[in-house]
Design a protein around this ligand. Structure first.
Ligand code: PLP
Length: 495
């Protein structure tokens, strides 16, 4: 068995791809990375004429080395079906001279659907590949969006249950409605009397509770998490970088081998890291443009090589990018250090003790060579949404607007005329209030009314999953204290 995944912090900790999918995080707290990934080369010519599914197969087959071809085909077919409202899965739209890669046509209208649609199947297949006869219980604390995407991904997947905790009063009307109306015979949703951090800490406590551990063992169950450091979430995201590139070739917008830029609205560094993987695998990428909002720790890092999370935290209208510690960055550091576990261990020790670290000169050079970074503030985001709608009739969400603005800065700054692909990570209707107000000004309507008003004014259709949400039956009405979050875990055992 090929144990070619290792921990970023200790290469004696080895795993197969399926073990990495099951474990999520490595036992020493590091992340699983494929050693010598640069020895794999994708021949881009071979991808010509391939569908999304075929490219997904090609890429997953390179990366998930112990999965059989038939297993991968099955996972891909189950994940990418009519759940997606676009048959291309991730359509590419031309807006002015740039291209927008719409990653929001899945069940919850956000980019996390692309990976969370396939992760449940990768997990259940990994169980059977490793002869583990246990039921998986996914536990997730959510500040809004990830929880819903995970619920949809795991809904009715045999051999799994999913429990999502959200802070009572800490999510938007729409987000709450999405979660409490969740269907599926294996889904559990619980409001926690506390904030997101309380819910997160509560989940971590359940994961390490000895009594619960014993209960799990006795009942042939195990916990797992669906967060973005899982190899099974990262790998499916590489696919659309290749897919969109091939799309530009087919449309004769670029010549074979011509380089392109990708602009990525970045939070936890998972999406843009998949772009870096695509580059290592041989996709002709000029710059990966890392777009940040006011929480611009990555922008500072890319310029200076100093990562410093000791700073104010801002709540912005692009909340999925409000992150000060980007977990997936550790994988990138591993590769640019020349796969040096000692360097990574020491940097991560600095991060946990001082919330700060500095990389060496050779790493700094690679950082600048691979990335460009800028950030956009709230006024710029609003002005961008309005301008692009008025001038180009394209309606974009707040996260995509951050990326769009940063691309404008990049063009001014560099005069580079490479073709650009902007990754659009959410439907405008996911953030309808901010989008509406950016274009039409303040409104006193509630979130659902604004959604309809936005659709009336712009003619852009509301995605099916958001339409009529306020009239759907509430299925989940559990509320719990932080101290009794484990009640629902026990309850899930009996049903
Ligand atoms: C999660 C998310 C992001 C950030 O992606 P990362 O992989 O965490 O960098 C950006 N936009 C939206 C809408 C998201 O849901």
């Amino acid at each position: 068995m090929l144990r070619n995944y290792v921990s970023t912090r200790d290469e004696n900790i080895k795993a197969t791809a399926s073990e990495a999918v099951l474990n999520g995080i490595a036992p020493d707290g590091g992340l699983y990375v494929m050693k010598d990934i640069d020895k794999i080369k994708v021949n881009v010519n071979e991808l010509k004429g391939m569908s999304y599914h075929e490219i997904a197969f090609y890429i997953l087959n390179c990366m998930l080395t112990d999965f059989s071809e038939s297993t991968l085909t099955e996972c891909i077919n189950k994940a990418y079906d009519e759940k997606f409202s676009a048959k291309e899965i991730t359509p590419l739209v031309k807006v002015g001279e740039d291209f927008i890669l719409e990653l929001f046509h899945g069940k919850t209208s956000a980019f996390k659907d692309v990976a969370l649609s396939i992760l449940p199947y990768l997990i259940t297949e990994s169980l059977s590949m490793n002869n583990i006869d246990e039921e998986i219980i996914i536990l997730t604390a959510t500040s809004g969006d990830t929880g819903k995407a995970a619920l949809e991904g795991f809904k009715d997947v045999k051999g799994t249950k999913i429990i999502v905790y959200y802070p009572e009063g800490g999510v938007s009307q729409v987000q709450k409605a999405q979660m409490v109306t969740q269907e599926g015979n294996n889904t559990y949703v619980c409001a926690v009397k506390g904030n997101f951090d309380d819910a997160q800490t509560g989940v971590k406590k359940i994961f390490t509770d000895e009594n619960i551990k014993k209960l799990l063992d006795d009942n042939k169950k195990r916990f797992s998490s669906a967060n973005s450091i899982n190899v099974g979430r990262l790998v499916p995201q590489i696919v659309y970088y290749f897919y969109s590139y091939m799309n530009l070739i087919e449309q004769r917008e670029i010549k074979e081998g011509e380089k392109v830029n990708f602009v990525v609205p970045t939070g936890n560094f998972g999406n843009i890291l998949a772009g870096y993987y695509a580059k290592i695998l041989g996709l002709p990428i000029n710059k990966l443009i890392c777009a940040a909002n006011n929480n611009n720790v990555l922008y500072d890092f890319i310029r200076s090589g100093i990562y410093d999370a000791n700073r104010d935290f801002y709540k912005t209208t692009s909340p999925s990018m409000d992150i000060l510690i980007s977990s997936n960055l550790e994988r990138f550091l591993y590769y640019i250090s020349g796969q040096d576990n000692k360097i990574i261990s020491s940097l991560m020790k600095d991060l946990s003790e001082k919330k700060k670290y500095e990389v060496n000169d050779s790493m700094k050079e690679k950082l600048k060579d691979i990335f460009y970074s800028q950030f956009a503030n709230e006024d710029e985001v609003n002005a961008t949404i309005k301008k692009v709608y008025n001038e180009k009739k394209y309606l974009m969400d707040t996260h995509t607007a951050v990326a769009y603005k940063v691309l404008e800065n990049y063009k001014q700054d560099t005069k580079d005329n490479t073709k650009n692909i902007i990754l659009s990570t959410a439907s405008p209707y996911k953030f309808a209030v901010d989008v509406y107000e950016a274009i039409f000004g303040k409104s006193n309507l509630n979130e659902f009314e604004i959604m309809h008003k936005l659709s009336e004014e712009t003619g852009v259709k509301i995605p099916n999953n958001l339409e009529g949400l306020d009239k759907k039956t509430v299925i989940h009405n559990f509320v719990c204290e932080v101290a009794s979050m484990d009640d629902i875990v026990k309850l899930s055992f009996d049903s």
